[in-house]
Structures are given as structure tokens and as C-alpha cells.
Write a new protein. Structure first.
Length: 71
């Protein structure tokens, strides 16, 4: 089964289980949840990158202080 046939299978199964009235509501809910997850992921990634950048700056500062202090 390729990706296209899997998507069609899931859509068909959803149509049979949920019906034509409820299926759009469920897809809208899933789309909102996916958007929230992506937003949280993006936020986590930017926070992690900021923390790593601060850590690298502190590491460079610490090594510079050790060099100056040892002379």
C-alpha cells in the first residue's frame, strides 16, 4: 500500500465509522490539535536554541576567564 492508498483507506474508514456529518468536525479538531502541537514544538525548539546559545556564550566566557586568570 502506498501513501495515497493509505490516506484513502483512512478517509473511507472514517467516513464509514463517523458518517458524513461528524467527519468534518473530527478533521477540524485533528487539524487544530496538529497546529497546536506544531506551535508547541516550534516554541520548544526556539527556547532550546536560545538556552544553548546562552550556554555557549557562558562557556566561551568561562574559558576566557581561565586563560586570563592563569597568566
Amino acid at each position: 500500500m502506498g501513501i495515497g492508498t493509505e490516506v484513502l483507506f483512512v478517509l473511507g474508514l472514517g467516513f464509514l465509522l463517523l458518517g458524513p456529518k461528524r467527519l468534518p468536525e473530527v478533521f477540524a479538531h485533528v487539524a487544530r490539535a496538529k497546529a497546536r502541537f506544531e506551535n508547541a514544538t516550534r516554541s520548544f525548539k526556539s527556547q532550546l536554541e536560545a538556552e544553548l546559545e546562552v550556554g555557549q556564550r557562558n562557556g566561551q566566557t568561562d574559558s576566557a576567564q581561565e586563560t586570563v586568570g592563569s597568566q
